[in-house]
Design a protein. Structure first.
Length: 202
């Protein structure tokens, strides 16, 4: 295990994304009214090795390949820090400007907290939008499969919490996560078919 920073994420609960993944994507989201944390969890079984999934997921600039809401991601290998820019959905942007807020822009910087190859990647924000998360990878009892579990925590600003707690927004969050996980699964399974046995992670 590579422990990069001993400081835990500032407020979100400890990651426990280790529930058993199913063959289809399982997504759940919840909003903490008291602390303002939006929590989204997802799990999926992928026909690829843990080493392959981890290697792709830790390559942070590739995140834009399977998450269309991400506009850009850059990564500094020396500091293990990354810079993120999010595409704000047009509907959310329109709602914000309608009620008198400026057009939202979502950016943040993050740092990898734990890097345990083929097992765990954990991170937290250090500037901008407050967030944290972790991704876990475990060999599945089913031959040739990996169970991947993902947890994301975002602290929602008070001025937009009313929008975020709405049913349509929660549904949007779940659908977005669903699409992201399905694209990641498809990309990894396609790549696995092209990788000779024993070459993953080298």
């Amino acid at each position: 295990m590579r422990l990069l920073h001993t400081v835990a994420p500032p407020a979100p609960p400890m990651c426990h994304a280790c529930g058993r993944a199913q063959r289809t994507v399982v997504v759940a989201s919840a909003f903490d009214e008291e602390d303002g944390w939006l929590v989204t969890r997802a799990s999926i079984a992928v026909r690829a090795a843990p080493e392959q999934l981890y290697a792709a997921y830790v390559d942070l600039p590739r995140m834009t390949e399977w998450s269309p809401m991400l506009q850009s991601v850059t990564f500094d290998a020396a500091t293990r820090e990354s810079a993120w820019s999010l595409r704000v959905p047009k509907l959310l942007s329109a709602l914000a400007t309608t009620v008198g807020f400026p057009e939202p822009s979502v950016t943040w910087r993050a740092v990898n907290v734990i890097e345990e190859p083929a097992v765990l990647l954990s991170w937290r924000s250090i500037d901008g939008m407050e967030n944290a998360g972790c991704a876990r990878f475990a060999a599945s009892p089913a031959a040739g499969q990996t169970e991947m579990s993902l947890e994301l925590y975002y602290r929602v600003p008070k001025r937009v919490r009313g929008i975020v707690r709405s049913d349509w927004c929660q549904d949007f969050v779940r659908r977005t996560m669903l699409g992201t996980m399905e694209r990641f699964k498809g990309s990894m399974e396609e790549a696995a078919e092209c990788v000779p046995a024993g070459r993953v992670g080298r």
